[in-house]
Ligand binder design. Structure first.
Ligand code: PHB
Length: 401
């Protein structure tokens, strides 16, 4: 058969609405191995669970996930697999990116491929400015960091803070966000301590000892969740910092739901800001957590990464339906501008100007429940929070002219 004949048959099948037209291929880029493997599992499960629970929404299309490992959190492998997915697998969309360097390094390739790319975790604010094809359903470090800066000054009445942060783009972003809001509300950041990188968990002792000597009211910490977070809470306890009058606060990344029970009593009393905790009390979340436990085991729990992916798949399914399965990149992105969704985290929207998420933030405290387990108790809620870095057009967050 000649190439021309094959092309004609394919075209006929497509125009007749045959199975070829119905398959939408989504490339999934996550760190399935290495330090981020647990994050990949959470996001992979979030993507799959949305598809399973919403099979009716997906019909008549079939969504095929093509999964690739982005490995170490430095962007090198992510960029390669994004290129392969777009040029060899010819995917219709990309989803994933656990770590900011993975999304940053892939941005030029994404732009060249002209396909929708949904960020389901990477939180550095300016990432969405790097490609018109990025839409983010996760968060930015400014959502939590800025809101926590306000709360530290106004709710916790802190006057001084030390910030310790993992030294890569989202860490710097979280520092800037917290400092901007805390100082605008009368506080003072007296020290900012780079505390290792995302690849290996550092010993936090020297950073926290320095903080203890400086005696701030609060220590605000950003680390990329996971075992970093576990080490933060253990070191804070080991150095007796609470007894020394220093409150540990941060974005909810430092009390990631999958790590919370492992933190033990050292975590009780920690106050954090985030858009999602598995304990959130709303009907969508109750259904989501119950479905998760049914699917993945009674002892498993979703966390903010799982929700970023669940919402990300909801966004992709919306785009598939809106474009009638063509998934033309520009049309797919356009279909998501102003898109709203009743997420387990509460109502979310994609800001039509920035392609970033607008969502609620929850100030929360770790408490021990009657079941003997640790829980997140919501202290207050801030609705419809936008990314302040873009709202204030700070540095690389300013829109490209
Ligand atoms: C990121 O690399 O952007 C990142 C990773 C883990 C987090 C937050 C942000 O918990």
């Amino acid at each position: 058969m000649s190439k021309r004949m094959i092309a004609t048959i394919v075209a006929l099948a497509v125009s007749a609405g045959g199975s070829l037209a119905q398959e939408v291929k989504v490339g999934v880029v996550l760190p399935y191995t290495g330090v981020g493997a647990e994050f990949a599992q959470q996001m992979d499960r979030g993507l799959e669970l949305y598809l399973k629970l919403n099979a009716d929404q997906v019909k008549p299309y079939t969504i095929t996930l093509i999964k690739r490992d982005s490995k170490a959190p430095n962007g090198a492998e992510a960029k390669v697999v994004v290129q392969e997915l777009l040029t060899q697998n010819k995917v219709d969309a990309i989803a994933g990116f656990s770590y900011s360097p993975d999304a940053i390094a892939s941005a030029p390739t994404i732009s060249a491929g002209k396909k929708l790319a949904v960020i389901t975790n990477a939180g550095t604010s300016f990432i969405t400015n790097l490609s018109p094809d990025f839409v983010r359903t996760s968060f930015t470090m400014w959502h939590s960091g800025y809101a926590m800066g306000v709360a530290a000054a106004k709710t916790l009445h802190a006057k001084t803070a030390v910030v310790a942060y993992t030294d890569y783009p989202p860490g710097k972003d979280s520092l800037d966000a917290f400092k901007n809001a805390f100082e605008a509300n009368g506080g003072k950041v007296i020290d900012a301590i780079p505390a290792g990188g995302p690849g290996a968990v550092p010993d936090f002792t020297p950073f926290f000892q320095r903080t203890k000597d400086e005696k701030p009211d609060v220590l605000y910490v950003f680390v990329p969740a996971g075992d970093h977070a576990l080490a933060v809470v253990k070191t804070y306890a080991a150095l007796g910092m609470r007894a020394a009058g220093i409150k540990l606060i941060g974005p909810g990344d430092i009390v990631q739901d999958i790590k919370l029970q492992g933190m033990g009593d050292a975590a009780v009393g920690l106050v954090t800001m985030l858009h999602y905790y598995a304990d959130l009390d709303n009907p969508q979340n109750q259904r989501f957590v119950a479905a998760w436990k049914k699917e993945y085991g009674a002892d498993s729990t979703p966390d903010f990464m799982a929700v970023g992916a669940y919402d990300g798949m909801a966004a992709i399914v919306h785009a598939v339906r809106a474009t009638k399965g063509t998934m033309d990149g520009e049309d797919a992105v356009k279909s998501l501008l102003g898109w709203t969704f009743d997420s387990p985290q509460g109502p979310i929207m994609i800001d039509p100007e920035t392609r970033d998420i607008v969502m609620n933030e929850y100030l929360s405290e770790v408490v021990k429940g009657p079941d003997g387990k640790l829980h997140e108790k919501v202290l207050s809620e801030i609705d419809h929070v936008k990314d302040e870095c873009k709202a204030q057009a700070i540095g690389p967050c300013a829109p490209k002219k």
